[in-house]
Design a protein around this ligand. Structure first.
Ligand code: SF4
Length: 277
C-alpha cells in the first residue's frame, strides 16, 4: 500500500505506522529502513514506529505483566491446548491506537468528538478477505485498498518485484508460535544466531508465563513454540506440508520439462543431456 501510494496509484498517505514488538527478524528492520529511505521519504510519507515494549523480554521477566503469546500447550493428561493470544492486541493494536489518537490531537483519555476520525488502511489481500473487519473504535474507519483493487498476494509480490522489492520479508515475531515449518527452517538455515535465540526462548517458556509462575499460578502442563509440542531444536521442522510437497512436485515437473528427466544420482550423471547409462 505504501508503494502504491508513493507511485500515485492510491491517494497519498499522511502517515504509515509500524508496530514494533521488539522481536522481529533483523531482515525486517533492515527492510523497513530501506523502504523508508527509498520509498516513504522521497514520497513525503513519514513512517511512525510505535511500540509497547519488547515481547521477548516481557515474556521472560517475572516482574512484567505479560500479554500471552499463543503457545502450544501439552496438558498434564497429554492432551494438546493453546494459550490465549493477547500479544497482537497489546503489542500491535494498542500502540497503533495510541498513535492515532495522538495524531488526531486527542491522546487518551481525552474524548474524541463524534465527527473526528482517521481513515485507516489495512493491507489485506483478496486471499484473506475474511480478515477484513470494521474498526472497533469510532475514531478510525477501516479501508482495505488491496481488496478494492482486487489484488491478491501474488499480485502484491509481482508489484514489489517490479520495483526491486522482491526480497520483502514477512513481518512477525521471531518466535511466533504460528510459524509453519517453512518459516522455522528459514530461520534455522539462514540466520543461525536468530535460530539459537528462538531455541533458547522456547526452552525458557517451557513452564509457561514467568509472571504467572512468580505469582504462584504455574502452568499445569508444558508450553512450546512448535505445534508438535516438542522442544524447538528437536521439532520435526523438516517435514513438508502437503502444500509444500505439491509446490516441490510442480517445480520438479517444470525442471523436467526444461532440462529433461532426472538422470539419477550418481556423480557422473548430472542432469545436462541424455541420461547416462
Ligand atoms: S507475531 Fe505472533 S507472537 Fe508476535 S504479536 Fe503476532 S501473534 Fe503474537
Amino acid at each position: 500500500m505504501l508503494l502504491l501510494s508513493a507511485l500515485g496509484e492510491l491517494p497519498k498517505l499522511d502517515f504509515a505506522i509500524f508496530a514494533d514488538t521488539g522481536w522481529e527478524p533483523a531482515r525486517v528492520y533492515s527492510h523497513l529502513d530501506r523502504v523508508e529511505r527509498e520509498i516513504a521519504d522521497p514520497a513525503g510519507i513519514p513512517i511512525l514506529r510505535v511500540s509497547a515494549g519488547n515481547i521477548r523480554k516481557d515474556a521472560l521477566g517475572p516482574a512484567h505483566r505479560f500479554a500471552s503469546m499463543p503457545l502450544h500447550i501439552l496438558n498434564r493428561d497429554g492432551s494438546p491446548g493453546m494459550s490465549r493470544r493477547q500479544c497482537t492486541g497489546e503489542y500491535k493494536i494498542k500502540p497503533i491506537k495510541r498513535q492515532v489518537r495522538g495524531l488526531l490531537g486527542y491522546p487518551y483519555p481525552s474524548r474524541i468528538p463524534r465527527d473526528v476520525h482517521v481513515e485507516q488502511w489495512i493491507g489485506i489481500s483478496t486471499d484473506e478477505f475474511h480478515r477484513a473487519k470494521d474498526s472497533d473504535v469510532r475514531y478510525a474507519r477501516n479501508r482495505f485498498p488491496l481488496l478494492e483493487l482486487g489484488m491478491s498476494r501474488d499480485d502484491c509480490l509481482s508489484l514489489l518485484a517490479e520495483h526491486g522489492l522482491q526480497s520483502t520479508p514477512k513481518s512477525s515475531c521471531l518466535g511466533c508460535p504460528f510459524h509453519g515449518n517453512a518459516q522455522w527452517r528459514q530461520i534455522r538455515d539462514e540466520t543461525p544466531e536468530e535460530w539459537a535465540d528462538v531455541v533458547e526462548f522456547d526452552a525458557q517458556i517451557r513452564a509457561g508465563n514467568a509472571r504467572a509462575n512468580a505469582d504462584g499460578r504455574p502452568l499445569l502442563g508444558q508450553a512450546y513454540l512448535h505445534r508438535s509440542r516438542v522442544p524447538l531444536g528437536e521439532a520435526p521442522i523438516d517435514r513438508l506440508t502437503r502444500r509444500e510437497q505439491l509446490a516441490l512436485d510442480e517445480q520438479q515437473a517444470a525442471e523436467e520439462a526444461e532440462f529433461g528427466p532426472e538422470d539419477g544420482y550418481s556423480p557422473y550423471s548430472c542432469r545436462s543431456g541424455d541420461p547416462v547409462a
